[in-house]
Ligand binder design. Structure first.
Ligand SMILES: Nc1ncnc2c1ncn2[C@@H]1O[C@H](COP(=O)(O)OP(=O)(O)O)[C@@H](O)[C@H]1O
Ligand SMILES: [Mg+2]
Length: 313
């Protein structure tokens, strides 16, 4: 199958300015050479702790930030330069959902106008046709007609995030970038929102780029995952590769950090976490070079890659 999107050696550096002349004195290497592919209709996860560069990737993909280097290929076309994106309908095809639903939905607008906006802009829908489509979209995320005439603040966080999903899917996109879409929600509500996202995916065939700091949250969502640390990918693989056979110490640490609901196994979990942290302390140089930089990815199996130290390095 052809890739929907291919990212090649993407780098995004933020300049640090200082001194009297406010000159650029250094850079934050927020994204320092990452490559990945997303297939049509699949869910791809980028997981890593806060500050590892996940949001920067998402923002470079939707055009909120410029890439410092590297390429973004969409349906076979290089769209790294923004002026190419117009022709490709890229800005319609790639939508984004943010963590904070309250600030990403216009507080002064009713839901019918928020969800209807992309339909007006991209499909010139008006009147009853517009209303019917909004109703259909709201129904797919479990909301009814009443919701159309309310304002964002009248909903719970989980409902608002579902409205965000309905709006994102309204323009019939090929890819939705979801940056920590459920991180601000209670655990029980998280699962509900994710289920609606899955339903939407089935119905519309949209691909997701799912960004999260928590491997537990995305376990049942992602077909492929990239584990990110310090601006680079430390491990890439299928869901089975990552959850059943983690190779990089950082992936193991993220797995050990997943909170388990089963209280009787808390002690077991705690011991496991301690063991992983000891392993991390003792074997750091096997996983990071002397500058603390993540090694280049090595192919382990057909689907599984890990950034391990090479013999003699
Ligand atoms: N506008 C900015 N200017 C300078 N540094 C930034 C800016 N935005 C993010 N960073 C830095 O880039 C790194 C990656 O940030 P981010 O992509 O937001 O990570 P994540 O989403 O994984 O938490 C962090 O070290 C962060 O402090
Ligand atoms: Mg982020």
């Amino acid at each position: 199958m052809n890739n929907l999107i291919t990212v090649k050696d993407l780098k995004v550096y933020y300049p640090i300015r200082s001194g009297f002349f406010n000159r650029v004195t250094d850079y934050v290497y927020a994204v320092d050479g990452v490559s990945f592919e997303i297939l049509p209709g699949e869910s791809y996860g980028i997981i890593g702790e806060s500050g590892s560069g996940k949001s920067t990737i998402g923002q470079a993909l939707v055009g909120l930030l410029d890439a410092t280097d590297g390429q973004i290929i969409y349906q076979g076309q290089d769209v790294t330069e923004k002026r190419v994106r117009k022709k490709m309908m890229y800005n319609r095809d790639v939508q984004m959902i943010f963590q904070d639903s309250l600030s990403s939905l216009n507080p002064k607008k009713k839901i019918i106008d928020i969800v209807g906006e992309p339909l007006k802009n991209f499909e010139n829908l008006t009147g009853d046709t517009l209303k019917a489509r909004v109703l259909e979209l709201l129904a797919t995320v479990g909301l009814d007609e009443e919701a159309m005439y309310k304002y964002p603040h009248e909903f719970s966080g989980g409902q608002r995030q579902r409205i965000g999903v309905a709006r994102a899917v309204a323009s019939n996109p090929k890819l939705i970038i979801a940056d920590e879409p459920v991180s601000a929600l209670d655990l029980s509500v998280q699962a509900q929102v994710l289920n609606y996202m899955k339903k939407i995916q089935k119905k519309y065939g949209v691909a997701y780029l799912f960004i999260s700091h928590d491997l537990g949250v995305v376990h049942h969502m992602c077909d492929h995952l990239a584990i990110m640390h310090r601006g680079r990918f430390v491990e890439v693989g299928t869901r089975e590769d990552i959850y059943e056979d983690p190779l990089h110490i950082y992936t193991k640490r993220l797995l050990a950090a997943i909170p388990r609901i089963d209280v009787s196994r808390r002690e077991e979990d705690r011991l496991f976490r301690t063991k992983i942290e000891e392993e991390y302390g003792a074997q750091k140089e096997q996983y990071y070079d002397e500058d603390g930089r993540v090694y280049a990815l090595e192919q382990i199996t057909q689907t599984h890659y890990a950034a391990l130290k090479k013999e003699g390095e």
